[in-house]
Design a protein around this ligand. Structure first.
Ligand SMILES: *Cc1c(COP(=O)(O)O)cnc(C)c1O
Length: 381
């Protein structure tokens, strides 16, 4: 089976992990800070806090921004459930903003309308979490303007968009948001097996997230409420977690980050090739504007006849092609239905979902495999 996504692990990556295994530190050593430093260099973000998953990064990012039981958090229904769950972990109320039909990204016009309505009944969100679907950035300039007008915070869920660009800048630079979150799950752009990071240009947020990742504990006497008893002393200042990344993961991440440019250019090449080969087909293809900017985590096509999706999907799987669907709208999940959402709440997201299929895309996908995928797909349409 050709998978829909797959990591690329080089000998360099293997050596980096082996070296850590033979070193003094398996956790809390120099490798994680080195990886954080590399990510800061690649994105231009001032501070990077690496953690054990993007889900954890989203959680502590919400907490650092003060999200709590009275808060309202809005995100995109076309995402992995973690984009919304992070707000529920904090006891906040979650709502969604409908998406654009072609890209599947949060629709800024829908956001503007929803904000206007929310302002009338005093129910403005405290935080909005846009999701850069497939690695293609949302319209962050527009979002930043709305954030300034209505006074909400912004976390970019850039789990798909490590290595992407927006407005001539690397995604992760945090010019248009308070915090940006990356995922390093193996199907994403670079991997640490499990892992994630929160990036920010605001030192107090970085400090809060560093503490939350490690039990809410500080060893800095300046932050303690009274003088330390001795050199062993630490103080727990708030309720934190163990969300730390291991040194094995940090070393793998650092080694992977050196290949980021190569990975993204290979993904772009393959995406352009899909675009060319499927140009004549009756499929709706990803926006052409994404070609040079997206990190191309996913290549999502849309069938014009959604009633054929299941049949096409099954036939591709039977032909050894590991297609997938990203995503089932979050608000249609049973857990979210219990919270009061129903099918029909976000019609564009539901329409997008009905027609989509994610085709295999990863750096080691060969042109021969890609030709085979396109032939099989076109034949079925
Ligand atoms: C993968 C993903 C996450 C969660 O990432 P983990 O590192 O697996 O926790 C969150 N949001 C989006 C959009 C994702 O694709």
């Amino acid at each position: 089976m050709i998978p829909y996504g797959r990591q690329h692990i080089s000998q360099q990556d293997i050596n980096a992990v082996l070296q850590v295994l033979q070193s003094d530190f398996l956790t809390q050593g120099p490798a994680v800070p080195a990886f954080e430093h590399a990510l800061a260099g690649l994105t231009g973000a001032k501070d990077v806090v690496a953690v054990n998953s993007a889900t954890s990064a989203l959680h502590i990012a919400c907490l650092a921004l003060g999200v709590g039981p009275q808060s309202r958090v809005w995100t995109s229904p076309i995402s992995f459930v973690a984009s919304a769950n992070c707000a529920l972990y904090c006891g906040a109320v979650v709502d969604f903003v409908d998406v654009e039909l072609q890209s599947g990204n949060m629709d800024m016009a829908a956001l503007a309308r929803k904000l206007e309505a929310a302002a009338m009944c005093n129910e403005l969100p405290d935080l909005v979490i846009p999701v850069h679907l497939a690695g293609y950035s949302c319209d962050m300039q527009q979002l930043q303007q709305l954030a300034q007008s209505y006074g909400f915070k912004v976390i970019e869920d850039a789990s798909h968009a490590v290595g992407a660009e927006y407005s001539g800048k690397p995604v992760g630079c945090c010019t248009f948001s308070d915090i940006t979150v990356f995922s390093f799950h193996p199907v994403k752009i670079i991997t640490t097996a499990e892992g994630g990071a929160a990036l920010t240009n605001q030192p107090p947020l970085a400090e809060a997230m560093r503490r939350l990742r490690s039990h809410g504990i500080t060893r800095d006497p300046a932050l303690m409420q009274d003088a330390p008893d001795g050199p062993w002393y630490y103080q727990q200042l708030e309720l934190g977690f163990n969300y730390r990344m291991t040194e094995l993961q940090g070393a793998l991440g650092l080694s992977q980050s050196r290949q980021l440019t190569a990975f993204v250019s290979k993904r772009r090449e393959l995406a352009k090739r899909y675009n060319r080969m499927l140009a004549e087909s009756p499929l709706v293809l990803p926006p052409v504007e994404a070609l040079e900017r997206s990190a191309w985590h996913l290549y999502i096509v849309q069938l014009q006849q959604p009633e054929k999706r299941l049949e096409v999907f099954n036939a591709l799987r039977a032909a050894g092609i590991g297609v997938n669907v990203h995503y089932i709208p979050i608000h249609t999940q049973p857990y979210y239905q219990q919270l009061g959402f129903s099918a029909g709440d976000f019609p564009q997201a539901e329409q997008f979902y009905r027609g989509i299929i994610s085709l295999p895309l990863y750096p080691d996908l060969t042109e021969a495999q890609q030709n085979y995928i396109c032939e099989q797909l076109v034949q079925l349409l």
